[in-house]
Ligand binder design. Structure first.
Ligand SMILES: NC(=O)c1ccc[n+]([C@@H]2O[C@H](COP(=O)([O-])OP(=O)(O)OC[C@H]3O[C@@H](n4cnc5c(N)ncnc54)[C@H](OP(=O)(O)O)[C@@H]3O)[C@@H](O)[C@H]2O)c1
Length: 323
């Protein structure tokens, strides 16, 4: 059994691949043998210290695999079940782990475990962003940043299937076709063009009802400027760095905007919420409305390369780590 952990925060090189031994699962827990592990930008925030963790720490919030052992008091999961999760505690970068069943879902037939491993974070996030944080309506034009990325490819297809016109941004020309392939109607290379000006052009100066911004530091202010009166700013990530404080009087008040900073844990906290979201997600994939093509499978021992690629903006879609 192996896992990846870190003793101090820092660059990708702080990640250490080690042999481990596990105890038996306790009350409400199971032992999972991972088939695949989701690679997510949030993992870099934990590793770098942007999101503080207590050290030493495991890493990774998402995985899929087979239950090898069940602990006492577990009745709704059994040995051999195909399961997946996207929630704390950290530690999914491992061949095996003990995990609490409260955040676990069964993976239905027809969904491969390596797909499930990348779907849980990116897909459950997409579900709550489009259906709960702001319920998009058919015919609305919406903006999503980093549209060719992991969440981006799933989000844009899902939004398109709901009848939205999707404007996506990307950081390089090579990502433009990819973003179009996965649901974007318009793609803006925000490294070259002022995306706010382009959005205003596309919407005839009307602006948008909602902007989904996972890029953060370098985009937030212009994202707010893309909104129309009483629009909703969904700031759900910070791939470009920690957000600066928002000047409410200058940026929010003039148009009476809404600003929210949601996270997946707030929308999947109860069993009912987790089941509703994951069932909808699996249906979207099984129906073919959301297609998942894995960009790359990294080996667990090569996880440093995976983090370098993630921060180097080289990941072109959902990627997983194979133990
Ligand atoms: N709140 C939540 O519940 C939640 C859940 C999941 C993910 N997220 C957030 O969603 C975002 C996307 O996550 P992901 O895992 O799918 O990652 P990803 O989109 O595959 O990778 C991040 C992308 O951000 C863009 N980016 C812009 N400036 C960057 C910079 N300075 N350094 C690195 N990347 C930069 C890059 O795309 P371009 O080159 O095209 O700009 C990069 O590919 C992240 O901010 C993540 O934290 C939030």
């Amino acid at each position: 059994m192996h896992s990846v952990s870190f003793l101090k925060t820092g660059g990708p090189e702080v990640l250490e691949y080690k042999e481990i031994k596990l105890e038996d699962p306790k009350n409400g827990e199971v032992l999972i043998k991972h088939s695949a592990i989701g690679l997510n930008f949030i993992d870099t925030y934990h590793r770098s210290g942007l999101y503080p963790v207590s050290l030493p720490s495991g890493i990774g919030l998402e995985g899929a695999g087979i239950i090898e052992k069940v602990g006492p008091g577990v009745s709704n999961f059994k040995e051999g079940d195909k399961v997946a999760y996207a929630a704390a505690p950290l530690g999914s970068y491992s061949s095996h782990r003990i995990y609490p069943i409260k955040s676990l879902v069964k993976v239905p037939d027809g969904i491969e475990l390596d797909v499930a491993a990348c779907l849980m974070t990116k897909g459950l996030t997409t579900f709550y962003l489009l259906h709960k944080t702001y319920e998009v309506k058919k015919g609305q034009t919406i903006l999503f940043h980093a549209a060719a990325g992991g969440v981006g490819q799933i989000f844009c297809q899902w939004a398109k299937s709901l009848g939205c016109a999707v404007i996506g941004t990307v950081g390089s020309d090579e990502k433009i076709e990819l973003a179009k392939k996965y649901g974007c109607d318009e793609v803006i290379n925000y490294s070259k063009e002022n995306f706010k000006d382009r959005v205003m052009e596309i919407t005839n100066n009307e602006g948008l009802p909602v902007v989904y911004d996972g890029v953060g530091k370098v985009t937030l202010e212009k994202s707010l400027a893309c909104l129309k009166m009483r629009g909703m700013m969904v700031s759900f990530g910070n791939a470009s760095g920690k957000l600066d404080p928002v000047d409410v009087g200058k940026l929010i008040a003039p148009k009476g905007l809404y600003l929210t900073r949601p996270s997946i844990a707030q929308y999947t906290a109860t069993r009912e919420e987790l089941d509703e979201a994951s069932q909808m997600l699996f249906e979207m994939v099984k129906s073919g409305k959301v297609k998942v093509e894995l960009f790359k499978k990294y080996k667990l021992k090569d996880v440093i390369d995976a983090h370098k690629d993630l921060e180097g903006r080289k990941i072109l879609g959902p990627a997983v780590i194979i133990p």
